[in-house]
Design a protein around this ligand. Structure first.
Ligand code: GUN
Ligand code: ZN
Length: 428
């Protein structure tokens, strides 16, 4: 590969949030992006960049859209093989489909095979960074980080800790959860592009002692992310309240054990009480909208408009395999549909922003990934906005870039992903 690479196309980046004011005002359109040493070197007009860098190899993508690679801040890579499992709501779905599959990840060979399959699939769908739950087995964490490291990907992951209400083979203890998480954090956090997230699954599957141990570990490593689930399904919330009768609400089962903080990443957050909304905002904790999961498992409709106007930091995620897709485009479509059901259609600029900048902000990585600007890491996706006949015939009479990209958001899949760049190297 040439030392400098110039990609020409319709380059979309963001200089602000499309949730503040007119959505399109936040976006910037350019003609080319220059990649050097794994990073974005420059962005701007094609002619002037070519003149300034005559030695750069030029790749002309015509009217394809070039944007930051998608960032998926809440996934379960071990659920790859059981995605689209029929007919259960959350707790039955976990017991029937999820836990039996997760039992297999003590086998490093199986864990490695699925980690690579998951990363192959997500790369083909244009996702360049994700934050994954692993399983209780340290092998699952080693497998995922090793696979991502070989591909030069920026990923976040952690050992999913559980010490009750799960099969014996999927339970650790407060002490082993602490010890194994600490050892994995030491081994992987900050190596190449890898980051460790402290990962209690959710309060029903942890004893107070285990939540306390996780809180203690986070207090020792406050710069690490802590990821978990919060307020996903009404039955789940009732169960949490019966397991923690002294807690003020679901969030309090984390808060009282030191598991609420500015580097906390809370998935789903659908049925929040007023105190929870207020405390999450006050702590600047991150919220993750998982729309295909929330409809697939029948959980409910995330309040994007209300939470955004309260100033929450929000990202968009697949939640594979509770979510029914590996595609962030499909996930944006689902977020759009849920917005419609709540009376607030999301603008295409808002959808693209949520799946890149918004999700990178959730992971506290927005200075490095999720956007195109000089100095940022060169994780990019090139979208063909006419990837199928159905999409092409709608895109053909679009009046602007947003009308041109919306059919791909609503109807696109991996066929729309023309190229993927990870750390300045072409991956697809
Ligand atoms: N709550 C606890 N574990 C899970 C999980 O694996 N998926 C989803 N969607 N919700 C959860
Ligand atoms: Zn999840």
């Amino acid at each position: 590969m040439a030392q400098k690479m110039l990609l020409k196309g319709r380059v979309v980046s963001f200089r602000g949030s499309p949730f503040d004011g007119e959505p399109t005002d936040a976006a910037r359109l350019d003609e080319a992006v220059l990649i050097k040493d794994g990073h974005i070197a420059e962005i701007g007009a094609a002619d002037s960049l070519i003149r300034a860098h005559p030695e750069a190899e030029v790749k002309d993508h015509g009217d394809h859209l070039i944007m930051a690679g998608f960032v998926d801040p809440h996934v379960h890579f071990p659920q790859t093989a059981m995605i689209a499992s029929w007919g259960k709501r959350l707790i039955d779905w976990l017991n029937t489909y999820t836990f039996p599959e997760e039992m297999k990840f003590g086998d490093i060979d199986y864990a490695t095979e699925v980690a690579n399959r998951y990363l192959d699939l997500t790369t083909a769908h244009g996702t360049t960074t994700m934050c994954s739950f692993c399983t209780i087995h340290p092998e699952s964490v080693d497998a995922f980080f090793s696979a991502a490291q070989q591909r030069g990907q920026r990923v976040v992951a952690g050992k999913t800790c559980m010490d009750r209400n799960a099969p014996d083979g999927l339970c650790d203890t407060a002490q082993t959860a602490y010890d194994q998480s600490a050892a994995l954090l030491e081994k992987w956090h900050g190596i190449d592009r890898l980051s460790y997230a402290i990962t209690p699954r959710f309060s029903p599957t942890s004893t107070p002692e285990q939540l306390e141990a996780m809180g203690a570990l986070w207090a020792e490593h406050p710069h690490c992310l802590m990821q978990t689930h919060l307020s996903e399904q009404t039955d789940e919330i009732e169960w949490v309240k019966s397991l923690f009768p002294d807690a003020r609400d679901y969030l309090d089962t984390y808060e009282k054990f030191g598991l609420l903080g500015q580097n906390g990443v809370y998935g789903h957050v659908i049925h929040l009480e007023d105190r929870e909304r207020h405390r999450l905002r006050e702590m600047d904790a991150a919220l993750v909208h998982c729309p295909t999961s929330n409809t697939f498992i029948g959980s409910g409709l995330f309040d994007m408009n209300g939470l955004m106007s309260e100033g929450h930091r929000i990202g968009l995620a697949t939640d594979t395999g509770g979510g029914s897709s590996f595609s962030m485009l499909r996930t944006m479509a689902s977020a759009y549909e849920i917005g419609q059901l709540r009376g607030h259609p999301l603008h295409p600029a808002q959808l693209l922003w949520l799946g890149t900048v918004g999700s990178a902000r959730v992971l506290r990585m927005d200075a490095r990934i999720g956007n195109i600007a000089p100095g940022m890491e060169a994780d990019l996706v090139v979208l063909d906005l006419a990837s199928t006949p159905a999409i092409a015939q709608r895109e053909a009479h679009a009046n602007d870039i947003w009308e041109a990209v919306f059919p791909t958001i609503m109807m696109g899949d991996d066929r729309a992903i023309s190229e993927v760049w990870i750390g300045g190297h072409k991956a697809v």
